[in-house]
Design a protein around this ligand. Sequence first.
Ligand code: AMP
Length: 174
Amino acid sequence: MSLENIKSKVRDVYDFPQKGIVFKDLTTVFKDKECLHELSQDLSAMYVDKGITKVVGIESRGFIMGPIIANNIGAGFVPMRKPGKLPAETWVESYEKEYGVDTIEIHKDALDENDVVLLHDDLLATGGTMLAAYKLVKRFNPKKVYVNFVVELEFLKGRNLFPEEVEVEALIKY
Ligand code: AMP
């Protein structure tokens, strides 16, 4: 199983969720046991020697590989969720989307300054979502923050939003 093989399993869905968007559907990758295993191995190998203590996954597609990576590299998993879903006290960050504003939250006691954090989501498009997530994580003043995606849409240049010192990595690029 090669990366090209995994890439060939990504399904393009046209005009979802709205006209003009080509949605990269990873459910066709995740349902294949060999692809899932390869993704699990490859993503974990990128971070196994970085001293990561917590993997933070962004709701909801960051909840698929996030916990798998965390378990493989011996880290904990922290969910970053949509508003009103987390039960205890949260920090909140809002960000502009193409239409309107979105918000994400994290528990105030989820991380601390001793953590080395891996932020994970399935796909990097414009980068707005991950930048908001990065800002939320930085509030805890962790030792270091890594940013990871399964897929990057390079032509949207989302990675340019992040400060130069942040290592932004994706396994599959378009
Ligand atoms: P962005 O904030 O523009 O980087 O968008 C990232 C979020 O939207 C991720 O959580 C993705 O799951 C989702 N997303 C945006 N564009 C696409 C796309 N073309 N295909 C699949 N997911 C997308």
